[in-house]
Design a protein around this ligand. Structure first.
Ligand code: CA2
Length: 148
């Protein structure tokens, strides 16, 4: 069977607050803007996007598992779980599909605890510190890998 032309977009804890606080760090765009941009860039490349945001680690893990059924790849901004979650890493490696790790802010220019990522050695694509345009870059790079 051919690969599904669908991507899962996952945004983790607190990213529902985008555009409401801390614009100096994360910019003025909202989560709805992120989801729209990602869907538009993917559509231009012939992919659909299923988007999900949750503040709950288990919900994110379940969504990653479900992607096995009907997605070809995953774009994820894991929020603070980037720096803490072995379980999310295990889910992402467990489903065996390429994923892109996105961070809106430049985590390397921030507190030291943000410099460590549980995903950086297993992500197929990483985009860090490009604002919400980073999601667009992640789609393009992930699709380039998928369509090879
Ligand atoms: O830069 C990123 O995208 C982060 O993944 C965002 C996470 C942070 O824990 C990571 O270190 C880097 C936090 C997301 C919180 O988003 C907010 C947005 C607006 C207001 C408050 C929080």
């Amino acid at each position: 069977m051919s690969e599904p032309r669908r991507l899962l977009l996952v945004n983790g804890p607190n990213l529902n607050l985008l555009g409401t606080r801390e614009p100096a760090v994360y910019g003025p765009a909202t989560l709805a803007d992120v989801e729209k941009l990602t869907a538009e860039v993917a559509a231009a490349l012939g992919y659909e996007v299923r988007a999900l945001q949750s503040n709950h680690e288990g919900v994110l893990i379940d969504a990653v598992h479900a992607a096995r059924e009907d997605c070809a790849g995953i774009i994820i901004n894991p929020g603070g779980l980037t720096h803490t979650s072995v379980a999310l890493r295990d889910a992402l490696t467990g489903v065996g599909m390429p994923f892109a790790e996105v961070h809106i802010s430049d985590v390397y220019a921030r507190e030291k605890f943000r410099h460590f990522s549980y995903l950086d050695d297993v992500a197929a694509v990483r985009v860090v510190g490009k604002g919400i345009d980073g999601y667009a870059d992640a789609v393009r790079e992930l699709v380039a890998l998928l369509d090879g």
